[in-house]
Design a protein around this ligand. Structure first.
Ligand SMILES: [Zn+2]
Length: 302
């Protein structure tokens, strides 16, 4: 009799604990989730500041004519011209005309996809508007074309040519490009969804022993969420780095020492912004887990 009472009161105690655990877990996950964006943004900013500082500087602008003068030479000597690489110079005055030319140059299937999908159409136009403003430049593999504002983004052309070189000529570049395409969306999203899901849904405390193999794997992912998200971004970081290495190598024979140094400085800081993006993501994911564990473990000790 006394044993039965003991058992049933034990069950009640356990139910109480687990419902409290769920509440703590939700509170911890909620706070962690709230902190995710500010932490990611703040961390990324640390990497963006040096790039923006250089981008707006006079010390870079003094090489502008020199850079512009060698674009055609590098196109020829790198053999990128013979791959059919096209450069679209877009700005706010020629936006409509160049957008149309850019669209016409896209592969047939992709053009049709844009035509049939208003959302894709909107993001396509928005992208070109941003490029026209000089916010960024890009290279598109399937159209083998670079789109940039030559006046505002005069230095980006070489890095974008580096991407074209990866896509058309360099075998290591082609491999990284393939990995990048597969990894960029799929792996990054899966990792984030998985890690976010495990951090948010997982109700166990940090030091709980895993019950089975699946549990063990979940715990591994949960405890290394930041690192996994960072590793998922490696092909992108590597391909970006190689594009800049190509840019430096192809341009070096035709520009002065000062201009070459500046090109590398600019590309390195631009590369840091990619590294920073993935680092920020990793830091924010790890912090989110830390906040949740802190709340769950701290209240548990009370
Ligand atoms: Zn790039």
């Amino acid at each position: 009799m006394s044993l039965l009472i003991g058992l049933s009161s034990g069950n009640i105690q356990e139910n109480k604990t687990s419902s409290r655990d769920i509440k703590r877990s939700i509170l911890g996950a909620g706070l962690g989730l709230c902190a995710f964006k500010p932490i990611a943004k703040g961390t990324h900013k640390l990497f963006l500041v040096p790039y923006k500082k250089l981008y707006n500087s006079k010390s870079m602008e003094k090489y502008k004519t020199e850079y512009n003068n060698v674009v055609d030479i590098v196109l020829k000597s790198s053999k990128l011209e013979s791959t059919g690489l096209k450069i679209f110079d877009i700005n706010e005055n020629n936006l409509e005309e160049v957008s149309k030319a850019y669209f016409d140059n896209l592969p047939k299937g992709f053009k049709q996809r844009i035509k049939n999908n208003p959302r894709l159409q909107k993001s396509f136009n928005k992208n070109l508007q941003n490029v026209a403003k000089g916010n960024y430049a890009f290279y598109m593999n399937i159209a083998n074309s670079i789109c940039l504002n030559k006046d505002k983004r005069y230095l980006s052309v070489f890095h974008e040519m580096g991407h074209a070189y990866n896509n058309n000529i360099s075998s290591l570049g082609k491999l990284l490009d393939k990995l990048r395409k597969q990894n960029r969306k799929v792996v990054k999203q899966i990792t984030q969804i998985m890690t976010l899901g495990i951090i948010l849904i997982d109700k166990r405390k940090k030091d709980d022993k895993p019950k089975n193999n699946l549990d063990k794997e979940f715990q591994k992912i949960r405890n290394n969420a930041g690192l996994i998200a960072f590793v998922a971004g490696m092909p992108v970081i590597a391909e970006e780095g190689l594009a800049s290495i190509n840019a430096a190598r192809l341009t070096k024979p035709y520009i002065s020492k000062g201009a070459y140094k500046m090109l590398n400085k600019y590309n390195f800081r631009a590369w840091l912004t990619y590294l920073g993006g993935y680092t920020a993501n990793a830091v924010a994911l790890a912090s989110m887990r830390g906040i949740k564990d802190f709340i769950v473990d701290r209240k548990n000790k009370q």
